[in-house]
Design a protein around this ligand. Sequence first.
Ligand SMILES: CSC[C@H]1O[C@H](OP(=O)(O)O)[C@H](O)[C@@H]1O
Ligand SMILES: Nc1ncnc2[nH]cnc12
Length: 284
Amino acid sequence: MASVGGMSTPPSHSSASEPAAEIAVIGGSGFYSFLDDVEEVEVDTPFGAPSDRIALGVLGDRRVAFLPRHGRDHRFPPHRIPYRANMWALRSLGVRRVLAPSAVGSLVPAHGPGTLVVPDQLVDRTSGRAQTYYDEGGAVHVSFADPYCPAGRRTAVATARDAGWEPVDGGSLVVIEGPRFSTRAESRWYAAQGWTLVGMTGHPEAVLARELALCYTPLCLVTDLDAGVEEGEGVTMEEVLRVFAANIDRLRGLVADLVQALPAERDCPCPNVLDGMKLPLELP
Ligand SMILES: CSC[C@H]1O[C@H](OP(=O)(O)O)[C@H](O)[C@@H]1O
Ligand SMILES: Nc1ncnc2[nH]cnc12
């Protein structure tokens, strides 16, 4: 296992011209491994250690990093995930594109369990999470009107369609603080706002990616109808993990296809979001 101290020693198979990885996959609940033949690296960051060792491997001609956001033993609940360390560590390895699979509840009866949604909007209902890299040394305000990479979203939707998994293209993901699930009244209120999905990890992951000028693409797998949508007992963790497990092979396949399908060059706005801003931090 190699050790990488923030921006210092890169892993053995990387060089200045060839980053350790260009694309990262961040696995969520039930998604704790991805690549077969990997080198695992421990990365340190100014924000502490990431959730786990980062697995580096190759898929076709793409160098890929995999990081399970909850840790491979799901030791971090959503409100305790070291989001800043995770995104910083990935960028320090050379990553510029992030694919973010996630288990979510649906606020729309028609989008039942097993539905794949590629949302285009996000609503932050978390509280108290560190959500910026730029909290000292000067003000930096990134644009976040469109929180996700348009090219990544487009490619994800097209790749899912090609694989015969008709995705829902667009929708708003409301991210709650958790770790509890929503009450029926909260859930009905979210649905009444016209929001589509509810999860616990999409924020601050997406905005931290934006602050590091990374392309971030969410891949939301619906595991349940949220409490306000369905007259039932309410959502349970067991239900989420069971439905996710039933869909993981399909999702893994999609992520692998998507890694291959992402364009090599970035012609989206994401690389330029920090242009003209005076950064208080030196980016890795
Ligand atoms: C396992 S139940 C709730 C848990 O599942 C989702 O995790 P992730 O987004 O990492 O797939 C949800 O956000 C909660 O953290
Ligand atoms: N109903 C739900 N609420 C919040 N996060 C979830 N993750 C999966 N299902 C969820």
